[in-house]
Design a protein around this ligand. Structure first.
Ligand code: FE2
Ligand code: FE2
Length: 298
């Protein structure tokens, strides 16, 4: 199939005011940190001061992030393909930064593990619930886009990827890192990277929110499907939190399960509230949404 026109030499040019293009500009500025520049020497010293139970907690968290970043790196392409086929240039320009950043996140956690000498197989940290999400639900929702490019399939993929995996699971994971390590003032290299990651992810989640809002604005019934999907996924996040503590109520860093659960719940609620605002909004309004409205970190 050939093409019928070129966008950037037409009168339209590039839609510089659109949210995706503004996110692309932000990514060029803030998404260029290099995992290789982070110094893990203090982390290596701090690691030795942790109890073996604490090391176990952190290794589980890192190994879940490591596999999660690898999964989102490998699974994103079908979404980019759909956006490219639809000729949405500004969105695709942003998505080039998105994929690059996921690759860097994957590199980052591997550098942490290497520095800590954790070169053994860590897959036993992937519990049944974790495997269901990252080995089945996520890749299946993304792969479906290869054969089904309907707005419904796109909305489902973005709900799983951006709203749930990034917006709920990853955000809860950062919360655990901050509560465990940042509060104790240890492992500064790891926490520095987590800070960068969190900022990158705020753009990814903002894009997912924009995409879902665009789809909902075009086809309002999609909102109900997104709500249904999130309701279906929510219990997975709670089970994952419970499994992370192996049946205990408080982590080896003194973080209460109750607090982690409340954080996940808050994230789910926040995602849905933002999406509910898309109903009745015009497309023009959605393209004009400000970064701050979507929680993008500067
Ligand atoms: Fe990531
Ligand atoms: Fe991401």
């Amino acid at each position: 199939m050939g093409r019928t026109h070129i966008i950037t030499t037409s009168e339209r040019g590039i839609n510089e005011d659109s949210l995706p293009f503004r996110l692309y500009q932000k990514a060029k500025k803030f998404g260029v940190w290099d995992p290789k520049d982070i110094d893990f020497s203090k982390d290596v010293d701090d690691w030795q001061t942790l109890t073996s139970e604490q090391q176990h907690d952190i290794l589980r968290l890192i190994s879940q992030f490591q596999a999660g970043e690898e999964a989102v790196t490998l699974d994103l392409l079908p979404l980019i393909m759909v956006i490219a086929k639809e000729g949405r240039l500004e969105e695709e320009m942003f998505l080039t930064t998105f994929l690059f950043e996921e690759a860097k996140h994957t590199e980052f956690f591997r550098l942490v593990l290497n520095a800590l000498g954790a070169n053994h197989d860590l897959s036993h940290f992937h519990s049944d619930t974790y495997k269901e999400i990252f080995y089945e639900i996520l890749p299946e929702a993304m792969e479906r886009l290869v054969t089904d490019q309907s707005p419904e399939a796109l909305a489902e993929a973005s709900t799983v990827y951006n709203m749930f995996v990034e917006g709920v699971l990853a955000e809860t994971g950062y919360f655990s890192f901050y509560e465990s390590l940042d509060k104790a003032g240890i492992m500064p290299g790891l926490m520095k990277g987590i800070g960068y990651l969190k900022r990158d992810e705020s753009r990814h989640i903002a894009y997912g929110t924009f995409l879902l809002q665009r789809l909902i604005s075009e086809k309002p019934h999609i909102y109900d499907r997104v709500v249904q999907k999130m309701e279906e996924l929510a219990p997975y996040s709670f089970r994952l939190n419970q499994e992370g503590l192996s049946g205990k109520e408080v982590s080896n860093f003194g973080v209460a399960l109750e607090d982690t659960m409340a954080f996940s719940q808050k994230q789910i609620k926040a995602r849905m509230e933002v999406l509910s605002k898309a109903r009745g909004k015009s497309l023009a309004e959605i393209y004009k949404t400000s970064e701050s409205e979507l929680g993008v970190q500067a």
